[in-house]
Design a protein around this ligand. Structure first.
Ligand SMILES: *Cc1c(COP(=O)(O)O)cnc(C)c1O
Length: 957
């Protein structure tokens, strides 16, 4: 064990990333009954899939070496002034937000707020985001983010398809109108997503669109892709009269000045909040938004934060209407989104909190005014400006685009070069007077004109009356209180303190791999040399990125054993969809279009069947046997039955039951013999890296959740990066992008808006692999397996582990059965909530088996922390024994206990305050107080409020 021998060598990153030390090993081996690590691994992973050679990757480098290296790479990126627009604009991240959120593990290491009582901070921040989006778009409700603008547009198209009138469904109305003003990457995504489910896209001019009865919906871009702002009121009116639903993709900053689409009566408004203080990051991560009407609340994709009350009737927040999410709906789902963009949504919401309505107006006016000055000036010196009505984007006719481009690029400026004679220029928040001068000089030089005219504020009114926003927005107190840095800093801290994140204690969420997100991995994200690069710049300006992304692709190829990788997908679920679409393209390339059956085990994550349906496949569920493994006999039957039409098997490995199934090779072979391809859900890759890999088990494609196995933080529910890695035969079909080509030579259309997805976040995984190196990566996997088996054996006799491998071992996670405690009146939720009193976040509850919890400690935790957790679980087990079904007034049912309860003058419980709040000695030392009592889920769903409505309105409900 390399890293452990070198424990005193502080250069070895593995010894910082991994929480277990040399001296911990023997006691741990003793607890689980093995002599050494190799024996444990042998008993855990089937022999026939073990790798024979170490990963062909370099040795790890130190943190210092990495930071030096990444700086050298950064220096290869050229930070130009980018006025390219097309949905991405340079923005100014307020330093107070950058330092207190983006760079703060209290925010970025949190999990998705399923445990509402210890997540009120980010829930409030997301409610602010929803309110901001609803207000600016003029819609009734908004979700808590989507992956980017283009996928949000695709979600609008599919949601409106799903909610077509009964008549339309009966008549098979399947046409969706797409304005030719739509952003190119959005069009590409609409193509990808429409095809498999039978939607027919018709691209055209909105002014000549006939509103025919064969259309169910339409999407418009506001302002248009090159900046023209049109009044869509009449279009929407006609559409409504013809039962055509309308979605609008809108620029969030422009809505400060422009009439909100909601006022025209549109059905959905989508877009991105990138320009609200989020770095460009060469494409992402950024928070997309989705706003709609109350009528569609049960169909809206993604998560919605809602208001409810707790046990004492006090207001509290939680994720609302979860029954409409894919993990419940499975193959009935119309969206597969799981991980979204929470951290970025939190930041964008805070940007609105910090600036407030007046600050946003100032910024929007500044951007608009500078656009006007630029337009006036250049018009006067002879350039024709083609947008009659605009907000921030101008379109110029120029004599020699090539010459202009040479001049601008030599001056460090990027424009959007539309064709031989037109360019567009998008002005942003960071555009200074000096920038204006440089830009104007470039234009003049390109046509040999000179002018000594000064820049004057333009008094012309560009926006017609009907397009001027008159409705107020962001009137709620939260947007009008925290405009000084001190106040915002304290507001952010106030919210942060309500949330339990990895900087407090272990978050042992099975399947989610909440490991260390090391500071050295995160630091480069703060640099403008990575942050301030537009996704559509010429490749020679992004050489640092290109080198990093290429190397990450090849690192992932080595780790998975595959031939090619696409970094485009922004989440695991999006990776699933991308992978299935490459399989589909592969079958089609062989003339086997009819192959459309996707077999999925019953234990699969809900995103699997949801993704299969979105890819146009039919889901066939295969059973699991009593040991939790795929029932091979049942699988054989299903494969035989569907042999002619078999497209794919989706399989999670090791399984969601926490087991390395020994029949895996037999299973993948069976699929291949019957003409299918094997998709491996890579969420559990943390149990494989360096020991086995997807290629070895016989898979053809997998996604990886870089935000699980490869150290990107969960950010409270996103960002994510979900690359797909594929075998040789699928490589030609890896996805492309319409602006910057990526992928294979028979590439499928776009899976996400940006060519390399969330490129900025990829730096984290790149650093993780680079610093751990071959040995560190493999060591991490072994310790992850060791830690899981240690917990399993520490809890032996107290809790039953539902499934193990043939030799009694867990993989890197295990399921604990809580159903037997029903006899004491105790539900799995009670255990989850009681863990909060002990300072722990609950493990995964009721996935993949209802009434159970799934524990995954990861390699980053120390033995001391594992012991604290086991101590808490054992203590809870004793409390369960004391509980009685006839006396529900017990310490578990009343959990979690808040500070208000403990300090109240009344104490009406049959146990002590000490037992309630400080059940074990270590707790008092580092007490975490849940900020509310148990939330009432049903009440919140019945009285859905999901914006920061004044509290009086809530009281009336
Ligand atoms: C997390 C997870 C997914 C979905 O990944 P996202 O990144 O949240 O979209 C799919 N399958 C399994 C088994 C998972 O644990």
């Amino acid at each position: 064990m390399h890293f452990i021998e070198l424990k005193m060598n502080t250069d070895v990153f593995a010894s910082r990333h991994i929480g277990i030390t040399q001296k911990d090993l023997n006691p741990m081996f003793e607890t689980i009954g093995v002599d050494n690590m190799e024996q444990l691994i042998q008993e855990t992973i089937p022999d026939d899939i073990r790798l024979k050679e170490p990963l062909n990757l370099p040795q790890g480098i130190s943190e210092h070496e990495f930071l030096t290296h990444v700086q050298e790479l950064a220096d290869k990126n050229k930070v130009f002034k980018s006025y390219i627009g097309l949905g991405y604009h340079e923005s100014l991240t307020p330093s107070v937000i950058k330092r207190n959120i983006l760079e703060n593990p209290g925010w970025y290491t949190a999990y998705t707020p399923y445990q509402a009582e210890i997540a009120q901070g980010r829930l409030e921040a997301l409610l602010n985001f929803q309110t901001m989006v609803s207000d600016l778009t003029g819609m009734e409700l908004a979700n808590a983010s989507l992956l980017d603008e283009s996928t949000a547009a695709a979600e609008a198209m599919t949601m409106l398809f799903d909610v077509r009138s009964r008549q339309q469904k009966k008549e098979g109305v399947v046409k969706f109108f797409v304005s030719e003003e739509i952003l190119p990457q959005t069009l590409s995504l609409l193509q990808t997503r429409s095809n498999p489910i039978g939607i027919e896209l018709v691209v055209g001019n909105h002014e000549t669109f006939d509103h025919g009865s064969d259309f169910y919906g339409a999407i418009l871009q506001y302002p248009g892709k090159h900046g023209q702002v049109d009044d869509y009121a009449e279009f929407v009116q006609k559409a409504k009269a013809n039962d055509i639903k309308v979605a609008v993709a809108a620029d969030i900053l422009s809505l400060v000045m422009l009439t909100a689409p909601g006022e025209w009566g549109v059905d959905v408004v989508v877009g991105t909040t990138q320009r609200f203080g989020i770095p460009l990051g060469y494409g992402g991560p950024h928070a997309g938004f989705f706003a709609t009407k109350e009528d569609y609340k049960r169909s809206i994709p993604g998560r919605i934060i809602g208001v409810t009350k707790d046990t004492d009737g006090n207001p509290g927040l939680r994720m609302a209407l979860q029954t409409r999410e894919q993990h419940i709906k499975r193959d009935k789902a119309t969206s597969n989104i799981c991980t979204a963009q929470v951290l970025l949504a939190v930041m964008a919401g805070m940007y609105a909190v910090y600036h407030g309505p007046e600050g946003l107006k100032y910024i929007a006016n500044k951007v608009h005014d500078r656009s006007k000055i630029l337009s006036d000036f250049l018009s006067e010196v002879g350039f024709e400006q083609l947008n009659k009505v605009y907000f921030d984007t101008l379109k110029f006719r120029v004599r020699d685009v090539k010459k202009l481009r040479e001049i601008t690029e030599a001056s460090g400026i990027n424009l959007n070069y539309i064709d031989e004679e037109t360019v567009s220029v998008s002005i942003n928040e960071a555009f200074s007077k000096d920038d204006l001068k440089h830009l104007v000089d470039c234009f003049m030089k390109s046509q040999d004109v000179k002018s000594d005219k000064t820049f004057e504020t333009s008094t012309t009114q560009i926006l017609p009356e009907s397009l001027q926003r008159k409705t107020p927005f962001l009137e709620h107190e939260v947007f009008n209180s925290y405009h000084s840095e001190t106040e915002l800093m304290r507001y952010i801290k106030k919210l942060e303190r309500k949330d339990l994140a990895l900087n407090h204690s272990m978050i042992s969420l099975g399947s989610c791999t909440m490991k260390l997100n090391a500071a050295s991995e995160m630091l480069p994200l703060s640099s403008a040399k990575w942050g301030n690069i537009h996704p559509f710049v010429p490749l020679d300006q992004a050489q640092g990125y290109q080198a990093m992304l290429k190397e990450l692709e090849s690192q992932l190829n080595v780790i998975t054993g595959f031939a090619g990788t696409s970094l485009q997908p922004n989440s695991g679920a999006q990776g699933e969809y991308a992978g299935l679409m490459t399989i589909k393209a592969y079958h089609e390339s062989r003339g086997e279009n009819h192959r459309n059956i996707c077999i999925i085990p019953a234990s699969a994550h809900g995103t699997n069947p949801a993704s299969a349906v979105m890819a146009g496949m039919k889901v066939v569920v295969t059973k699991t046997d009593e040991h939790g493994n795929i029932d091979v006999t049942d699988l054989e039957e299903k494969v035989q039955l569907h042999s002619d039409n078999l497209a794919a098997l989706m399989v999670t490995y090791p399984s969601t039951h926490g087991v390395f199934e020994s029949s895996i090779k037999q299973i993948t072979q069976l699929i291949h013999e019957n003409g299918g391809q094997v998709y491996m859900d890579g969420a559990n890759m943390n149990a494989q890296v360096g020991l086995t890999n997807p290629a070895t088990i016989g898979a053809d494609v997998c996604h990886l959740n870089l935000h699980k196995t490869f150290a990107i933080p969960h950010g409270g529910g996103g960002p994510g990066v979900g690359p797909i890695c594929v075998a040789e035969q699928l490589k030609p079909f890896l996805p492309t992008n319409p602006v910057v080509a990526t992928g294979g030579d028979q590439a499928i259309t776009a899976i996400s808006a940006a060519p390399w997805g969330s490129a900025l976040a990829c730096l984290i995984s790149y650093g993780y692999i680079k610093m751990l190196g071959t040995e560190g990566l493999t060591e991490a996997t072994k310790i992850a397996i060791l830690n899981a088996n240690y917990i399993k054996d520490r809890l032996k006799g107290k809790f039953d582990v539902l499934y193990t491998g043939e030799r009694g071992r867990a993989a890197h996670e295990m399921i604990i059965d809580c159903r037997p405690f029903k006899a004491h009146g105790i539900e799995v939720t009670d255990i989850a909530k009681r863990l909060m009193d002990y300072g722990f976040h609950a493990p995964t509850v009721s996935f993949p088996v209802a009434g159970t919890i799934m524990i995954e400690p990861t390699e980053s935790e120390s033995l001391a922390e594992l012991n604290r957790f086991c101590g808490a679980m054992i203590s809870i087990r004793e409390e369960i024994d004391e509980a009685s079904a006839n006396e529900p007034n017990n310490v578990l049912k009343n959990a979690p206990h808040t500070l208000a309860m403990i300090t109240s003058d009344d104490w009406e419980y049959p146990y002590s305050r000490q037992k309630a709040a400080f059940p074990l000695p270590y707790v008092a030392e580092n007490k975490f107080w849940p900020s509310i009592r148990r939330t009432d889920e049903a009440f919140g769903d019945r009285n859905l409020i999901c914006t920061c409505t004044p509290i009086e309105a809530y009281a009336e409900a």
